[in-house]
Design a protein around this ligand. Structure first.
Ligand code: F3S
Length: 381
């Protein structure tokens, strides 16, 4: 592959992977179950990313494993209903076409594990969306590093990834135990888990945290992991008696350090992320919503609300009659994109309400938009 015998696209891809392997002192390459690629949005990846993928496609690149892709910057079927430039839409369409040409599934979602790219426990992956990587490692027990989009793409094309980091048993052991006050996390919202995860990522950015005394559902785990991977570089956590590796091997959860998370820590995160009580637009679905999250949405009063999710799940929601009810409630279903990678400032918004610490963090750091950070019922009430 490296000498170019299998063509220039494979050679380029293998160069990326061997360089990475050298940097991290990898002992070799291993086959992957699947790849998931970020950097799809023209707003964040820009034209350089578009040219890179188009060049690979023109050189005959083809994926060798199941490959899904992250959201782009527009709803590809309904972009005319939003205030976005046609030029941007055309470039975004070119990006998706290039990915289709190399054989990727044009999912445009950060929750590939909800729509068919759901690896079994123990399989090796090359996933480059941080919220998806932490879900795959922790909730599914699969094994991936937090890839960048070029390395995930290179792995998709070669079917291989360098073995280091979270592919190795020795790096999957818990390093710190955190005991949150259960009353703060509640039972039915994802927001408190997002607050908690953000604190964990900030306090222990390079750890494998073990979270004791909680019994979250899948959506709460999704929210917690996404927040950990935003404020820190966390790619794996364990919940004793719940997450698969912790169940199979409880000794992974034995750590030497233990800390608590209480009201003061909780309020500190909210004070940092909740900047305003105004919100011209409420955006839910970071990471993209599951069907259960959609089903649980209440009626909206007089507010513009977007709910972001994958197009595949939207189709399922259409069939089940969920979409019809939500549209009647005044909710707009938005696919293929999200509140962070869509050009919201250019669309004229200056304040946004979100229930996700990840969305709050990136809207604040990447745009001038003011963020209202609260649980769904308070945002929609
Ligand atoms: Fe997904 Fe966008 Fe959030 S890609 S994790 S909804 S920032």
């Amino acid at each position: 592959m490296l000498t170019g015998e299998e063509g220039p696209a494979i050679r380029k891809s293998m160069k990326i992977l061997t360089a990475l392997g050298d940097i991290y002192d990898s002992d070799g390459l291993i086959p992957i179950h699947s790849a998931h690629i970020s950097g799809i949005s023209l707003k964040t990846g820009g034209e350089a990313a578009l040219k890179f993928v188009e060049n690979l496609a023109s050189e005959g690149a083809e994926v060798r494993s199941h490959t899904t892709i992250n959201p782009g910057c527009v709803d590809l079927e309904n972009w005319k209903k939003f205030n976005v430039s046609e030029d941007l839409v055309k470039k975004q369409q070119r990006m998706i076409e290039a990915y289709k040409k190399i054989g990727a599934d044009p999912t445009c979602s950060c929750t590939p594990y909800l729509i068919g790219n759901r690896p079994p426990c123990g399989r090796h992956l090359a996933w480059s969306e941080s919220s998806a990587s932490v879900f795959a490692n922790s909730v599914l027990g699969a094994r991936t590093n937090r890839e960048g989009s070029p390395s995930a793409l290179a792995s998709a094309i070669t079917g291989l990834t360098p073995r280091y980091g979270y592919h190795l048993d020795r790096n999957r052991k818990g390093s710190v135990t955190i005991i949150p006050d259960g009353k703060l996390l509640g039972e039915d919202e994802t927001w408190p888990y997002s607050v908690f995860g953000y604190w964990v990522g900030k306090k222990f950015p390079n750890s494998v945290p073990v979270i004791e005394g909680i019994r979250p559902n899948s959506d709460q785990l999704k929210a917690m992991g996404a927040a950990m991977g935003t404020s820190g570089a966390i790619a794996l956590y364990h919940v004793p008696n719940l997450t698969p590796e912790a169940v199979r091997n409880p000794s992974l959860c034995k750590t030497e350090e233990s800390v608590t998370f209480g009201l003061e820590e909780f309020e500190g995160v909210v004070a940092e992320l909740d900047q305003t009580s105004e919100a011209e637009l409420i955006c839910l679905g970071c990471p993209h919503c599951s069907l259960d999250e959609l089903r649980g949405l209440p009626k909206v009063s007089q507010k513009e609300v977007w709910v972001c999710l994958s197009r595949k799940l939207k189709k399922e929601a259409d069939r089940k009659g969920i979409t019809r009810r939500l549209v009647k409630y005044g909710i707009r279903i938005v696919c293929d994109t999200c509140m962070v990678v869509a050009p919201l400032p250019e669309m004229g918004y200056s304040s946004i309400g979100v229930n996700s610490a990840k969305a709050a963090h990136y809207l604040q750091s990447l745009t001038e938009i003011k963020v209202h950070f609260k649980p769904i019922r308070e945002l929609l009430g």
